[in-house]
Design a protein around this ligand. Structure first.
Ligand code: SAH
Length: 389
């Protein structure tokens, strides 16, 4: 089966960007079913790539292989898994919680696999990945040594846009209960039935890198989820930690993670951070350090401006709450907001706050979340450690 691209719309695909949008497709030869592998050719008929077709999604094609005549078979998938596994070897020495496979960046669009101790929590987020669920599960079980179980947690907006319903359950081995993992010498409990796969391993290095600046301070961990930064802060000697999140379940888990280390939060604030940061200011509170790790605010290009206003507002509120000489670790996990834009937003917030703000570290997603040079939007997590005078 062959898909021909519209004239003048071939460039991105030829440059190995893995997405082809519906508008770039001119015509089909045959009727591929969702997720089926097709040949992609220019309007003149030259080979571009092999890719998975989805008639429902705006991302009509997910490109897999740019070499002509290479079969997308079990051996091909195994090679992608082997490359991904090799890349994680240095990480396996320091933690048992990391991303084993990161979708397009590792060459199989839609496949996410996070390792937590002896379990994998996996997502199949595209029709192509979903179609190969059984095969990919078996290959993962073969590639990653020491596994006891593989649990599926396929959910989120991405699946809906692909025309897929949510799907959760046991795929292989035994079901994980709550899993205890270690990261940077700290222990955490991971509950795969909570948000996403249960724990954000992309922040592993950043938790370690900012922790020394939180030592001795009264810390506000805004968007704490299960207390990732809060635990790192307390382990590094933070004086106290306030947990803030809109999810009661996440906060309960964060408390339990603190308890693992023998700590208690100074305060737990459940609600909307945009409002709560204002309330804290009205109350006359101030902090020696603040972590701001909001969810993806820019969910589409149409909402980018609004998202940037959101980032600016959050950071301005944090700047109003921070003591002189205090630190803010601020993040954006929106793929649509690049680093330059994020720095600009922070500069605007700093200007409006009237404070002097110095960048002391630039922060990135952990290396178990690689970025293919042909797909810059895979660089989704960016952060700055700021000193506020
Ligand atoms: N810092 C965390 C990850 C944060 S994920 C870690 O290191 O693991 C983003 C979190 O923001 C989620 O826990 C979600 O429940 C929370 N959240 C989403 N919208 C929110 C809002 N408006 N106010 C407060 N919390 C929010």
């Amino acid at each position: 089966m062959t898909v021909f691209l519209a004239p003048g719309r071939e460039k991105l695909a030829l440059n190995r960007h893995p997405w082809v949008f519906s508008g770039a497709v001119a015509r089909l030869e045959g009727t591929p079913s969702p997720g089926e592998v097709v040949e992609v050719r220019t309007s003149a008929g030259a080979f571009v790539a092999s890719g998975q077709f989805n008639p429902t999604s705006k991302i009509r094609l997910r490109l897999l292989e740019w070499k002509e005549g290479v079969a997308i078979d079990e051996g091909w998938y195994q090679q992608r898994l082997d490359e991904a596994w090799a890349l994680r070897q240095p990480v396996t020495a320091e933690t048992d919680a990391y991303r084993v496979f990161f979708s397009e960046s590792d060459g199989i669009p839609g496949l996410i696999a996070d390792r937590f101790g002896p379990f994998l929590v996996v997502q199949f987020l595209t029709s192509g990945a979903d179609r190969e669920k059984q095969r990919l599960t078996e290959l993962l079980a073969r590639t990653v040594p020491g596994l006891e179980g593989i649990w599926e947690k396929s959910d989120g907006d991405g699946r809906r846009l692909e025309g897929l319903a949510n799907s959760e359950g046991l795929l292989w081995g035994k079901a994980p209960g709550e899993i205890e993992i270690r990261e940077n010498g700290n222990r955490y409990l991971v509950d795969p039935s909570s948000q996403k796969t249960g724990f954000y391993t992309d922040q592993r290095d950043n938790r370690r890198l900012v922790a020394p600046w939180l030592a001795g301070r009264r810390v506000l961990d805004a968007f704490t989820f299960t207390g990732g930064f809060a635990v790192a802060a307390l382990a590094a000697g933070a004086r106290s930690v306030t947990l803030l999140d809109s999810s009661a379940d996440a906060l309960a888990q964060a408390r339990r993670n603190l308890a693992l280390g023998g700590w208690k939060p100074e305060e737990v604030l459940e609600g909307d951070a945009f409002q709560l940061l204002r309330d804290l200011r009205k109350r006359g509170d101030s902090y020696g350090a603040i972590v701001l790790d909001p969810p993806k605010l820019a969910t589409s290009r149409e909402h980018l401006e609004k998202a940037l206003r959101g980032y600016k507002d959050l950071n301005l509120q944090a700047l109003k709450l921070i003591e002189s000489g205090g630190y803010i670790a601020t993040f954006s996990c929106s793929g649509l907001v690049d680093f330059a834009t994020f720095r600009e937003v922070i500069a605007f917030a700093a200007k409006d706050s009237g404070r002097r703000v110095d960048v002391i570290r630039q922060l990135h997603q952990a290396p178990c979340h690689p970025i293919r040079t042909s797909m810059p939007e895979a660089e989704y997590l960016k952060g700055l450690l700021l000193r506020v005078v």
